[in-house]
Design a binder for this molecule. Sequence first.
Ligand SMILES: Nc1ncnc2c1ncn2[C@@H]1O[C@H](COP(=O)(O)OP(=O)(O)OP(=O)(O)O)[C@@H](O)[C@H]1O
Ligand SMILES: CC(C)(CO)[C@@H](O)C(=O)NCCC(=O)O
Length: 425
Amino acid sequence: MDHHQQPQPQQQQQQQREAQSEHSGNSAPPQQQEQQEQQEQPAQRVHTPRASVTDMHTKRSFACGIDIGGTLCKICYFEPFEQEDDPEDWREFRRKAQALIQDELTYGETGRRDTHLEFESIRLGGRILFMRFETRKMDDFLEAIRSMHLLEDHEHILCCTGGGARKYKKPIYDLFHIELPHTDELECLVDGINFVLHHPSPQLFQVSHEQMCPDGTAVRSYLSLDEQKSIFPYLLVNIGSGVSILKVNEDGQNERVGGSSLGGATFFGLASLLTGCKSFDEALALAGEGEASGVDLLVGDIYGGDYEEYGLSADIVAASLGKLVRPKDREHARPCDLARGLLDAITNNVGQLALLHAQTHDVCHVVFAGNFLRSNCISMMRLSYALEFWSKGVQRALFLKHEGYFGAVGAMLHILRDDTHGECS
Ligand SMILES: Nc1ncnc2c1ncn2[C@@H]1O[C@H](COP(=O)(O)OP(=O)(O)OP(=O)(O)O)[C@@H](O)[C@H]1O
Ligand SMILES: CC(C)(CO)[C@@H](O)C(=O)NCCC(=O)O
């Protein structure tokens, strides 16, 4: 987002609100718009959780939440602390699961175990572990589970979420002859975040947009535990393959107020095409070496200087990646500049949407989640600067230590939720 441009005037916000309600919170109109327009538009849905994660009853059990997303599959595994009187089948399951978790082969070329994110929860009475791999490797993962006979008699500890929970329902049934429970991805996301916000360890942080750590990571300042619990209501901007924007209230009640189809997969997909990079991390590293001005069309490129009348200085981006319309510039574009231009374009767009929705819904705290921000200090710094500058310090960007794992955390909580105690508020 270019900081010299003026924030959107009220009138534009109103138009945006109207457009948004027409498309039920979607930024891009559906493909079969004509057909849909003839049908009645659904009202905005407010989701109320069954029981707040902060005071729900939990049971002692193993639990595995799997969030099967458009790009990445995230796993959150809960292992209860060992007790002397644990039944033998628990001991056996623990051994098998540990063998699978510790085996490098389990993760394949795209998989990782994020040991730095593991933590113990006294409240749940166990340890929480995190793993991820690319969703395109789902078949290999299912085969690993099958060959270990891990699910036999233990399918009740598994809960899937994400779009893939529906997509893989049949393949899972065909392989294991079981129907795994699945639950809504955005409800899981909100549940997962609200759980960690109330966990007694720092989760939420701001980043400095002025300086970086010597190792190239963002300078983080964590909120205090009291502050972390007091950010409600907040705007949740989840940047996964696509972008979902939700307003979340203290009790976990939430509403999807918007979204964008220009998200993490747009960046990674186009960066792969334009630069030949092979991984998300490589795309980020390239972007870190590049200059967006090598590919962006600036106001100065069009005006030959400032556009003073409307306060647009020469160095403002007039059109992201806009220089690429010129054959000569296209020929000489460096891969690193292309990656940077693309990264900035996607980030700016999310930042502008986030701010607009925060202002429209009158919330100050904008919490960014999703794996697009994993190790992505360029985008975090940019979002942070943009929100602060544009809102004159009213809105602030906050980030989460557990990045894109919250859907999986929410699915894990779904297993641990003990409904035999009835509903609690
Ligand atoms: N190792 C990685 N491999 C691929 N993409 C990655 C990786 N690490 C981070 N990313 C980025 O994270 C995005 C996926 O984020 P996330 O896991 O939160 O979403 P998702 O659940 O796959 O998508 P959606 O929720 O839209 O279905 C990718 O599109 C990419 O931009
Ligand atoms: C479709 C989901 C919810 C899948 O996680 C996500 O990718 C998303 O919010 N995409 C953006 C859709 C839109 O609002 O244009």
